[in-house]
Design a protein around this ligand. Structure first.
Ligand code: SAM
Length: 314
């Protein structure tokens, strides 16, 4: 049966008790109250259509009763509904204006939920999660509380989203995301396999990666052409431990993996003199004929450190 008015619909859709008194109507723009807007394939809109899968994804965040959670791309709100019931504070960032308006309507009664219409690639994480001016005391460092991130990501920008989250990793504690299966396999790949590459190295430099489970296209509406996997990334930056703090190491990894078929030597020689390269590889005990995808992060870091030393000597 169709719900009679907005307050009924809030009750049905939110599956929570509405705070609106019986029969109270709220004026909302037509666009926000339209029942099912068309999906926008350009925004990667394949909505999760399995309650079981949604529960498994939210469960993968662990206990969030005391946590702030950032949801990327809440869409029609299948994860949002579960998160709203569990999280202390939920910030849901949706780019699609109509979906954002519908979500605001749906969660208008949930005080712990904030829906922001924005692009996750440009939203200002500093002002969302950073220290608030006026709250600190001189001499006392206020550590921001770590935020948990979750999302069935728009697949077309998976790498960009991950890079952005890593750039602000000081604010994040763990990240549970659904991505295209092949991309998940690459992010979680071990060195030596054909899936290992710059995405694996970058992710593993910043986090411990677990590949949790895979879902078929039929669990989404409309179904995508690919399978999807859920990953959990627990933030654990390795840069200090590996002695490669700063931006230079990522640029070095990019160069090392530059052309997949090429050896490390051939990729690196674009930027380094042969004599320095030879010395650095010998010092790091890495063969010039090796390929970047066979090196562990420790080995890549050893080559980078040796090259940095060689260059600062000359
Ligand atoms: N979480 C919902 C679900 O599981 O059904 C929707 C997932 S859908 C794969 C991706 C969502 O991300 C869509 O709602 C889309 O509009 C939104 N989106 C796309 N690009 C975005 C961006 N740059 N910033 C924020 N949200 C974005």
């Amino acid at each position: 049966m169709e719900p009679k008015d907005l307050s009924d619909r809030l009750r049905c859709e939110n599956r929570q008790e509405s705070l609106l008194p019986e029969g109270v109507r709220v004026n909302v723009p037509k666009v926000a109250s339209a029942h099912r807007p068309q999906t926008k394939p350009k925004l990667g809109q394949h909505f999760l259509d399995s309650e079981d899968a949604a529960i498994r994804i939210v469960d993968a965040l662990g206990d969030i009763l005391q946590s702030t959670v950032l949801e990327i791309g809440p869409g029609r709100g299948i994860l949002t509904s579960l998160l709203a019931k569990r999280a202390r504070r939920l910030i849901a960032v949706e780019l699609d204006r109509v979906l954002a308006a519908q979500l605001r309507l749906k969660f208008g009664m949930s005080r712990n939920v904030e829906v922001i219409e924005a692009d996750v690639l440009t939203i200002d994480f500093e002002s969302l999660f950073g220290p608030k001016p006026g709250l600190g005391r001189p001499g006392i460092e206020v550590k921001p509380e770590p935020v948990k991130v979750v999302g069935n990501l728009p697949y077309y920008i998976t790498s960009d989203i991950l890079l952005r989250l890593f750039a602000f990793s000081k604010y994040f504690d763990s990240i549970v995301i659904m991505v295209q299966k092949e991309v998940a396999d690459r992010i979680a790949a071990e060195p030596g396999g054909s899936d290992y590459g710059i995405l694996s190295a970058t992710a593993q430099l910043n986090a411990r990666v677990e590949n949790l489970f895979t879902l078929p296209p039929g669990d989404f509406a409309p179904p995508p052409k690919v399978h999807s996997s859920v990953l959990r990334l627990t933030i654990d930056p390795q840069q200090e431990k590996l002695g490669v703090a700063g931006d230079g190491f990522i640029d070095f990894l990019r160069l090392s993996f530059g052309q997949k078929r090429k050896t490390l030597w051939n990729n690196l020689k674009e930027n380094y003199e042969a004599a320095s390269l030879k010395r650095a590889l010998a010092e790091a005990k890495v063969k010039p004929t090796a390929r970047a995808e066979t090196l562990s992060l420790e080995e890549s870091a050893a080559v980078y450190r040796a090259l940095r030393n060689t260059q600062s000597e000359s």
